[in-house]
Design a protein. Structure first.
Length: 159
């Protein structure tokens, strides 16, 4: 039997690590960086084990709209999921900024001066590498969506 460590998955350091993967994907599509609200949108989705299967068969070219069309159930209780994870994302953003792996400039998150290894998922178990890979992909999709408002609109949310 393999124990599932919920505490580790809600550790701000771990979530900050996933945030770096998210930002790497995002800045690949939009070098100006991600507006802060996108971290509150992206991280809970990427960390969610029950949404993991919605990413199967997708890649960076899939895009946000197509992903949602394939799995419209993503929108069910999405606002509650995001609201329930706000403090976790806030702690992760603060820690990532404090450790300089991420920086916040004019309301946008960018990669910081301290860099992490090139392949963030390498050497991790499947349970841990999944959120990292999803974050990179989802960040890319959000970066290509055009704007924060557009990303929220596509997912049926409002700012």
């Amino acid at each position: 039997m393999i124990a599932h460590d919920i505490y580790a998955e809600t550790n701000p350091a771990w979530v900050g690590y996933v945030l770096v993967a998210f930002l790497r994907g995002f800045v690949e599509a939009e070098p100006a960086g991600a507006e802060l609200p996108l971290a509150y949108l992206g991280l809970p989705i990427c960390l969610s084990g029950d949404l993991a299967t919605t990413f199967e068969g997708s890649n960076k070219k899939t895009g946000l709209r197509e992903w949602l069309e394939r799995s419209p159930q993503i929108q069910l209780d999405l606002a509650d999921r995001l609201n329930g994870s706000m403090s976790l994302v806030t702690e992760a953003v603060r820690l990532a900024c404090f450790t300089k792996t991420v920086r916040l400039e004019s309301g946008r998150l960018l990669l910081g001066d301290v860099t992490l290894k090139a392949d963030l998922a390498k050497g991790l178990s499947l349970d841990l590498s999944g959120p990292v890979r999803r974050a990179d992909r989802f960040g890319f999709w959000l970066g290509g969506s055009g704007s924060t408002k557009t990303a929220f609109d596509i997912l049926g949310l409002s700012l």
